[in-house]
Design a protein around this ligand. Sequence first.
Ligand SMILES: [Zn+2]
Length: 402
Amino acid sequence: MKDKILEYFLKYVKIDTMSSEDTNTTPSTEKQYNLAEVLKEDLIELGLTDVEILPHCFVRGILKSNCNSLKKIGFIAHMDTIPGFSGTNVKPNIINNYNGEDIKLNGIELTSVQFPFLNDLVGKTLITTDGTTVLGADDKAGIADIMGMLYYYKQNPDIPHVNIHVEFTPDEEIGSGVLSFDVKDFNCDFAYTVDGGKPNEINYENFNAASATVIFNGLDIHPGSAKNQMKNASLIAMEFNSLLPVQERPEYTDNYDGFNHLCEMSGCVGNAKLEYIIRNHDRTLLEKQKNDFLNAKVFINNKYGENTCILNIKDSYKNMAELILENPECLNRARSRMQRLGLTPQESPIRGGTDGARLTFMGLPTPNLGTGGYNCHGPYELACLEEMELVAKVLIEIAKEY
Ligand SMILES: [Zn+2]
């Protein structure tokens, strides 16, 4: 199975599937269809039925249960790579029996000082970039892991399994692909995204997310005659920001800490604008953070006059934990099947959002599982083949009926 997973993985990473933030279409780039076509052929060859490329570049297939199980479990991975760093002309570099030394690539170096997890991968097979592109293990490792599971069930037709529904999706990296996902038509009891992390990882807690746009209206007057008249919108914006708790900036937070992140500012004397994202795993604490923005607005308007500060807060996505814990079968199945393999499930909060979170709120409980990929979103990205094989074994266990 290991060789087969490697073969699939190398084939997929060489196909350029960079998504783009600049188009308003799904898929955001036509080239994602190039991988979709290959995946469709591979699913057919692996014996799946109902294989098709759906509108908006979703690839779907079903491996029907070979026992009397009526259970339908979904496995989802995304085809695109990030728009921010080149995924064109990927030349994967295979390191057999990794010796623990620094890895020198074109212009960059991976050291165990910078990446201590490398120490745990000594003796394993690593696949890195050549230093000039991403690898695309995010999330083609997830796709190859799922294919590994399907290959196993093709080779072992007597081992009973549930109905396995597979879907490969576009545009995860720009957050818009999943909006076209047809949960009802996918028709599963629950699903897993296989997207990043260690083989024993289960993620079902993500941020609750909101954004704030704050507009400041100043009064622009010739500075020579500004006394007691001028209201400098840029300075008022700076004052507004100073009213928010300093320790709640991203650079001071980790684990379950929430943050307010100033992502953009612009301004002159007459007007200014600040844009923030607001994040917390805990909904009550997120509300408190939103309240801090409100209080700052009130303070500014009391000091400088009504409508000096206009605050617009929008909720964007929610922590899926609430819904998953109401319906924990997906979680318990992953935990117990990992334990059967001798793994200790590691449940860590995601400091971001996931496609699974959106799917969960669309009615399909979807925690995330690891892939065996590391350092996503840059030239330091790598995958560990033995861990990918272990992920495939986790997926096989999850799909198995006893
Ligand atoms: Zn990903």
